[in-house]
Design a binder for this molecule. Structure first.
Ligand code: FAD
Length: 349
């Protein structure tokens, strides 16, 4: 296994439960407990249940309900479809803090045994590993993908930058506010805290020399928006904000597996997507569980068939989500928002 993010750790747990001995190589010297929150769709919750992690998840996750899409002046345009998701799936969308999810995933290999995580190991050549199966869970810049599938597909910027952070209080105002070319979101994450994220065009977010200069840029980009947007940006310490350049994998890969049963890709390595649908971690968890299940069902002697089954179950589905997220990004960041807002106004409020 290459990469100890959400996808790699979940795959390691699934393969270990299927009786494999797993070594995880992680380039970082330790897992940094950074990050804000992941949305967990009911399908990803079911995958965590099948990996034996459902209880750990429910112990700390919070329900995400009653969120609205607003204009910068605060007018509500539509409801996020959370109630609809809940009615259809029979369980609510959840939010969980990333550090807690990583901790829960890390605790499981300890409990199960038979999994070794080797930190400070940046993989460059999967051929040197001598493993029966190499799983590339090494994120959007995947070295496994490059080595085994070439460079035809690679990370592509979408011309926007995102910041994420946590406010030390509950705003009570949840959902997203969509302006011209930018948006701001707030969700619950844990009692007493609010998860926030902001996306602006790249031109409005030139790499700043200091956190204070970056903060000034971001605060200016959302000045005059309805409260508590400016308040959240004023109250949180810019040194704790995390900045991302938004990228996705393009073009979509023709396969997540090789034809000989030696390599599979999961998570961002296979289908990195923009965060607009909040499905990056969800799809990584679904990949992990599906791969481990396929390998368990086919047995070690039939790895090529197992990997084909995994590819058949996950590739189109994950790529559809990635495509949808990219298009939602365009819609959300329309430079002339009047038509977009009029369309939103037609949705149930
Ligand atoms: C602003 C923003 C908001 C988001 N919000 C959400 C959300 O609400 N819900 C959601 O589901 N998703 C969200 N995501 C997406 C989510 O963070 C990722 O898509 C998801 O975590 C994918 O996990 P992964 O394990 O595939 O990759 P990663 O988390 O990138 O993990 C890859 C791991 O591999 C390691 N690695 C990389 N290269 C090597 C190498 N050569 N050798 C060894 N190790 C290596 C890295 O250090 C890392 O630990 C968001 C993303 C952004 C940018």
């Amino acid at each position: 296994m290459v990469g100890a993010g959400v996808g790699g750790l979940a795959t390691a747990i699934g393969l270990r439960r299927a009786g494999w001995t797993v070594t995880v190589l992680e380039r970082r010297s330790r897992l940094e407990r950074y990050g804000t929150a992941f949305g967990l769709h009911p399908t990803a919750q079911a995958a965590l249940d099948r990996l034996g992690l459902g209880e750990a998840l429910r112990a700390r996750a919070v329900r995400y309900r009653s969120a609205r899409i607003r204009r910068p002046d605060g007018k509500v345009l539509a409801a996020l479809p959370l109630e609809r998701v809940e009615r259809k799936a029979g369980r609510p969308e959840l939010l969980i803090s990333r550090p807690y999810l990583i901790d829960a995933l890390l605790a499981e290999p300890d409990r199960l045994g038979g999994t070794r995580i080797v930190y400070g190991q940046r993989l460059t050549d999967p051929d040197g590993l001598g493993a029966d199966l190499v799983v590339g869970a090494d994120g959007i810049n995947s070295a496994v993908r490059t080595a085994r599938f070439g460079t035809a597909s690679g990370p592509r910027p979408v011309g926007a930058v995102a910041w994420i952070g946590i406010a030390g209080y509950e705003t009570g105002v949840y959902g997203e506010t969509w302006g011209a070319g930018r948006f701001f979101g707030m969700t619950p994450v844990e009692p007493g805290r609010t998860n926030w994220y902001a996306t602006v065009p790249e031109a409005a977010a030139a790499a700043a020399a200091t956190p204070d200069a970056a903060a000034a840029q971001l605060r200016a980009a959302f000045a005059g928006w309805h409260e508590p947007v400016p308040q959240v940006l004023a109250d949180t310490d810019p040194a704790t904000w995390i900045r991302y350049e938004l990228r996705h994998l393009h073009p979509a890969l023709p396969a997540f597996v090789d034809g000989v049963g030696r390599t599979a890709l999961v998570g961002d390595a296979a289908h990195a997507m923009t965060p607009n649908l909040g499905q990056g971690a969800c799809t990584a968890l679904l990949d992990a569980e599906a791969l481990a299940r396929a390998v368990a069902a086919h047995g070690r002697a039939a790895l090529p068939a197992a990997l084909r089954a995994y590819d058949g179950e996950r590739r189109r589905s994950a790529q559809r989500v990635a495509f949808g997220s990219r298009h939602l990004h365009r819609f959300m960041t329309a430079r002339r928002p009047a038509l977009r807002d009029a369309l939103l106004g037609l949705l149930p409020g």
